[in-house]
Design a protein. Sequence first.
Length: 325
Amino acid sequence: MRKKCSGIVLALVLALFGLAGMVEAGQYTFRLGHAQPPTDIFHLACEKFAALSREKSNGQIRVQIFASGQLGSLRDMIEGLRLGTIQGVWDVPSRLEAYTDLGSIFNFPYLIENRAHGERVWESEVGKNLFDELTEKSGIRILAVGWRGSRQMTANRAIHSPADLIGLKLRVPPYDVPLKTWQTLGATPTPLDWNEVYLALQQGTIDAQENPMTSNASSRMFEVQSHLILTEVVKNFSALLVGETYYRSLPEDIQKILAESAVEASRFQGDEIDKNEAEFIELFRKEKVTVIAPDLAPFKEKLKDFVKDNYPQMEPYVKEIDKFK
């Protein structure tokens, strides 16, 4: 009798597990990481993406957001996309430089003029072909790009010209293009992951860093830096990066929803940046930070042959991008 009861219980348990599996089969959990604090525009854009995905899929897609590097360093998160341990990372597309030189183009100095120019490029056939090639070579898909603003420097001293950069220990992302850019300008670039920057500035290990104003403000750089210098060396765009193997495993309707939601959330981010960038600069003034708008001509002059000297294989792409100015 006991054996019979045990068999019935086992059958019920298996049935329940089977039912649970059927329910879960209609759900898609999307783990989305980024390195910024929850006050940053990246987080707000991620929340927008999560809400849109859930709404468009009638609750089938559930996006879990992990801010402030909870899922590891950016290098770890990006690699997690290829391994399938993370579904999405909201960051800059230049992270793909770790896998292919093509990713370097997003960091080329003074290449993109402004938001409108960048959007014309990335939404064109040239941009589509570039993204397709990046996907093929990295195993990571750029689902959408969004305006993030000009990268501006914060420092512990005044910078008016490239001559003032000599000896300046400037944090750069741990990639080749920023390193070479600031070496060319005369600084002493120091590669650091983003979550190490505030403490390094506080302790005097580095003297300066540069990022779009949304990150400068949300990370409270005004607490550890005395000057804000509007260098604008790179016009920054972010991206929703997704593992290609994961993306290809999804039904077409779910792929479409994720892509549409990413585009809408990226546009939302760009609009918010345009509304708030001047306020971020004013915030630094209110915090007694000296704001300097240097003449950019000497900076551009030192970098005019940057691509030809360092990345000659990328010149055809640069010429195509210049056509959209």
